[in-house]
Design a binder for this molecule. Structure first.
Ligand code: KG4
Ligand code: ZN
Length: 379
């Protein structure tokens, strides 16, 4: 197979990222500029600010990725960029820059689905470790701030094809972590802080029940067709809101908000010292409910579809309890489970350059007039 150095560019949400990956199996450089500080005061990503920050960061980030890799604009073999899903204005920054580069340098341009990127983050790192054999079918849970999707994947030529067998009906799992953290004045993004605070609370203190999704059909095959493996996380968010109201936690939350606002760059210890045992129990119980639902539903799908391998990827895959629970549960089912390393779980461009490699091999190049697709689906 031809060796190729692919420059990947990612700008779908709040990270401006560029990376050089060799032949889908070796990260040569990986630069991520996070906009967290910009969005933190708003408790979530503000699309207009994201576009502005991408515009500022894209040139230095790409230059650094090339320099770190010992490559130049001229030496790379192709330019890959995220086409979607994501924020339209944010995606356009990466796409316009990638198009301009490809046009000026006369290099092939490859459009990549962000969700396929998350799946390829796992594959890339396994290949980097020397593990080239993956048994199919693969079940991939892509769980992030924007997605909670289950894909059944199989090989077709050098690439993979996907069937979506479950997705969130409302909030994505990462969104639930972020909204609950915002409600409890625990900063943004919520996932990492909830992950760490949960170690200090009792996960059985509050019984947040996993969401139940109703299905019309009782027949097994019809149930599978009827999206038995969909997720729903808006209920647990509402349950948290109700708990806060009925247990008079608003003043405690407001006191924490004010205390944290006085600290210029609040650290984990600052949040921990501002949380009473009741709040820590609440956070741990929320995380437990989320993890149990994600793991339970995914392992049930793995069994129903008799898959050979499980991938868990996306920002929420960085969660410690989620990883532990998946490892335990998958081991009981005799199922190999793979995660990306933590830096590759959240948004990055190495995963985009890696996902582009099979397309490079079959010359599946994007036309110069391709556009951002905010709601791009993965097939
Ligand atoms: O994949 P990602 O960087 O961006 C999207 O494509 O959405 O995922 C970001 C999401 C955020 O919702 C963040 O709170 C969540 O991933 N996240 C976590 C953890 N680290 C990041 N959620 C739970 N536990 C974590 N350790
Ligand atoms: Zn993502």
């Amino acid at each position: 197979m031809a060796e190729a150095y692919i420059l990947g560019i990612e700008s779908s949400c709040d990270e401006t990222a560029a990376a050089v990956v060799r032949s889908g199996e070796k990260i040569v450089s990986n630069v991520v500029f996070s906009q967290i500080a910009t969005h933190q005061p708003y408790g979530g990503v503000v699309p207009e600010l994201a576009s502005r920050e991408h515009l500022r960061a894209i040139v230095p980030v790409v230059r650094k990725a090339l320099a770190d890799a010992g490559q130049t604009y001229q030496s790379v073999d192709a330019i890959a960029v995220t086409q979607g899903p994501g924020l339209a204005g944010a995606l356009l920054v990466g796409i316009s820059f990638a198009k301009a580069l490809a046009f000026a340098l006369e290099k092939p341009l490859i459009a990549v689905n962000h969700l396929e990127g998350h799946i390829h983050a796992v594959l890339l790192e396994e290949r980097q470790k020397g593990n080239h054999g993956v048994d199919f079918p693969v079940l991939a849970l892509v769980v992030s701030g924007g997605h909670t999707h289950l894909y059944l994947a199989r090989e077709e030529g050098p690439g993979w094809v996907y069937e979506n067998i479950g997705h969130t009906r409302d909030d994505a799992a990462g969104e639930a972590f972020d909204k609950v953290a915002k409600l409890l004045a625990l900063g943004y993004p919520g996932g990492p802080i909830v992950d760490k605070l949960s170690l200090h609370g009792n996960p059985k203190a509050v019984n947040f029940t996993a969401p139940q999704i109703k299905h019309r059909d009782r027949n097994e095959t019809a149930q599978i067709k009827g999206r038995r493996f969909d997720f729903s996380y808006s209920g647990i968010k509402t349950a948290m809101l109700r708990y806060v109201e009925t247990h008079n936690l608003k003043s405690t939350i407001e006191a924490r908000r004010q205390a944290i606002a006085k600290i210029s760059e609040p650290k984990f210890e600052d949040y921990l010292s501002q949380c009473d045992p009741q709040t820590l129990d609440l956070v741990a119980s929320f995380q437990r409910a989320m993890v149990e639902d994600l793991v339970g539903r995914t392992l049930a799908a793995a069994e129903a579809y008799d898959v050979a391998t499980l991938f868990v990827t996306g920002g929420v895959a960085a969660n410690n309890e989620l990883r532990q629970r998946f490892e335990q549960g998958a081991a009981m089912q005799g199922l190999p489970v793979f995660f990306p390393s933590r830096p590759l779980s959240t948004d990055n461009a190495a995963m985009i350059a890696a996902a582009a490699y099979p397309k490079f091999l079959v010359r599946d190049f994007a036309p110069m007039d391709f556009s951002a697709e905010a709601g791009l689906v993965l097939r």
